[in-house]
Design a protein around this ligand. Structure first.
Ligand code: WTA
Length: 639
């Protein structure tokens, strides 16, 4: 069975695209009819990119969980909603049907209410990749509380910053998390984070790893005990809060070019429609198929393509607790065989990492259930694309290269599997409703083909961010002020002779490390907190597996026991302040940094040195002190 708005031919795509540009309101109103509303909207779209103000389906009333759960619990109660695979291959997996998921979300929604949660409250979720994470997310949405999921790899300091920024009153966590052969003490990280978070009244703790944890009386409660209380109350189904289309559904923090991560805000109706529409069309999902997105729910990919997109389409979503290389590099292929996965959606960094193990781990694994492959998070190099195509898809599965961002809610530029053509390393064409433009540095739109520039979107789409939490002006400045009247993505892009788009990478000070967004300023702030560090500058350099590695130039005036030791200490500091994902791969001690006369660090030069392009540093005439550069080149150690 397909969906009425599924575009199954090139002509259908072209027609839909044309209509979405010529008459966007009629186009989206027709799609919105396929969802459950308590009240229909008064106005499809009201917008102005200068403020910015973006409202979709204003006046409409709904709850996203009724679209993700109730309708399927009624029409297909026994269909698996979530298939879960544990970190340890020996541990039994879990299958949760729509009927069961509906029930469990209701139960946990009662738990949240019993703990004082109300519509509009912010709830921080810091959990392992277990079904209860999805249940907690959906339970928030059920009662109209705003979830702020924080990836399990972030440090106490990062969590604390996020909780304080959103003024969360409840935290949902677990005793610990299993990831590969690691046992991560989530609750104790939360305990440290909460030292500076007076807004938090309750912490709900799921039992997962059985490590010893401290449980503070009056603040910390076991998940299992709280569920028992709800059972004793004998009140299983929790009615969904009736939400305005433009009420906030969630906040998700992401890095930008300045020091502090910002809370990207998504709202109920537009986000629901966008994740559903993009899921159904990009992957060409067919009812009954198993969709395996390997992202963590702590990132936007997990929000949109493990939870909301698949569940709003009544599909079966596979959630994996572990990592691709544990216990060995055949784990993904085993999971695909075990659950007869139809769609695999992963990141280029995972593909490159698995590629490095050769094809032995694939041998003997039956991958014939696969129909569609996808990638997301960073540009995919042609070598990885072909490896994926030949060894995993057996040249039989279309690969969708999906370009999008935390801010865009869902995929904006991608081929549609088997419907529009794929081209290695190209995201190819915009989805209906997306009007990409390339602009030059002066903001002029670059027309025609075989051109490149900065990628902007000139018209709103339902899934776009509405604001940055608590700071609308920051949203305006970051995304809507660089180019007047347009949303600026921060990515560079080229359009080839066929009109296909290829994303070339960030043009701002954001690094894409293993598909994770990391702001250079954030890493520099963390490094500068280390005692003895005077100043630092962070740039990216090409890395075989991670895409980009982190290269830090550090001015240090403390006392070294030895340099290698100090480098380790600096890495520890970054791990403590941000998390291990932001740890520099290379640190070089320098005596000065190349600056312009006005004091700006010339990162372009530092990037070239990090890349090893020492003979091609470009224009250095604006340098305050050219000797600094020679010094840095001299003290550079080979990569
Ligand atoms: C990059 C992840 C090339 C891009 C969904 C973007 C990509 C940033 C692709 C957003 C792709 C994502 N090809 N680059 N298919 N997908 N990117 O917010 O630089 O974690 O701006 O969202 O990842 O990262 P974010």
């Amino acid at each position: 069975m397909s969906y009425p708005y599924q575009l199954t031919s090139l002509e259908a795509y072209q027609k839909a695209y044309q209509k979405s540009v010529e008459n966007p309101e009629a186009f989206w109103a027709e799609i919105a009819e396929n969802f459950i509303w308590h009240r229909k909207w008064d106005e499809v779209l009201n917008w102005n990119f200068n403020e910015p103000k973006i409202e979709w389906f204003k006046g409409g009333k709904l709850n996203i969980t009724e679209n993700c759960l109730d309708r399927w619990a009624e029409s297909q109660p026994e269909t698996p909603a979530i298939i879960w695979e544990a970190n340890e291959p020996g541990e039994a997996g879990r299958i949760i049907t729509y009927k069961e998921l509906h029930f469990k979300v209701s139960q946990f929604a009662h738990v949240l209410k019993n703990n004082g949660a109300k519509k509009g409250d912010r709830i921080c979720i810091y959990m392992p990749m277990v079904p209860e994470l999805a249940i907690a997310v959906l339970a928030c949405a059920r009662i109209g509380a705003i979830h702020s999921v924080v990836f399990g790899g972030f440090s106490a300091q990062s969590i604390s910053d996020r909780i304080q920024d959103a003024q969360c009153n409840i935290v949902v966590t677990a005793d610990g998390a299993f990831r590969g052969n690691k046992n991560i003490p989530l609750k104790s990280v939360i305990d440290e984070a909460l030292i500076n978070c007076p807004s938090v009244n309750s912490v709900i703790v799921l039992t997962r790893t059985n490590v010893a944890v401290s449980m503070l009386k009056g603040r910390d409660f076991w998940w299992e005990d709280e569920i028992k209380k709800v059972e004793a109350q004998g009140n299983p189904i929790c009615n969904a809060a009736v939400m305005d289309a433009e009420d906030t559904l969630f906040v998700l923090y992401t890095s930008g070019s300045t020091g502090k991560p910002k809370g990207v805000v998504h709202t109920c109706a537009g986000y629901m429609i966008w994740t559903n529409y993009s899921f159904v069309n990009v992957f060409q999902y067919q009812k009954g198929q198993v969709h395996f997105c390997t992202a963590d729910i702590g990132w936007v990919t997990g929000h949109s393509y493990i939870i909301y997109g698949p569940l709003s389409a009544g599909s079966t979503t596979l959630m994996f607790e572990g990592i691709p290389t544990y216990p060995d590099a055949g784990r993904f292929w085993e999971i695909i065989e075990k659950y007869k996965v139809d769609i695999l959606y992963t990141a280029p960094t995972a593909i490159r990492s698995l590629m490095s193990f050769g094809t032995d781990p694939i041998k003997g694994k039956n991958l014939s259930s696969l129909k569609v492959l996808g990638t997301v998070g960073e540009p995919i190099n042609e070598e990885a694309w072909h490896w994926y195509d030949e060894n995993i898809g057996k040249k039989n599965c279309p690969i969708v290269d999906t370009w999008w961002q935390t801010e865009t809610g869902g995929v904006l530029i991608s081929n549609l599997a088997g419907v529009t053509k794929a081209k290695p390393s190209f995201a190819t064409l915009p989805l209906p409703g997306i009007q990409p433009v390339l602009v030059d540095e002066n903001g002029n739109i670059i027309e025609g083909n075989e051109v490149s520039g900065n990628l902007c979107i000139k018209f709103p789409w339902p899934g776009m961010l509405r604001t940055t939490y608590g700071d609308h002006e920051r949203c305006r400045q970051t995304y809507f002020s660089t180019y007047k009247g347009m949303y600026f993505t921060g990515d560079g892009c080229l359009r080839d002779k066929d009109g296909d788009y290829r994303i070339t990478g960030r043009v701002d000070d954001v690094l894409n490390v293993s598909g994770h967004r990391i702001g250079t300023a954030e890493v520099e702030n963390a490094i500068n907190m280390h005692t003895g560090v005077v100043e630092s500058a962070v740039v990216g350099y090409p890395h075989d597996i991670k895409g980009l590695g982190i290269y830090a130039y550090v001015i240090f005036n403390g006392v070294h026991i030895d340099e290698a030791h100090t480098k380790k200490d600096i890495c520890e500091t970054v791990t403590r302040i941000i998390g291990a994902i932001a740890k520099p791969d290379k640190i070089q001690f320098v005596t000065g940094l190349p600056k312009t006369r006005s004091g700006k660090i010339m990162r372009r030069i530092l990037r070239k040195i990090a890349e090893g392009e020492l003979n091609n540093l470009g224009d250095t005439s604006t340098l305050l002190d050219p000797a600094v550069v020679e010094e840095i080149i001299k003290s550079r150690s080979p990569l």
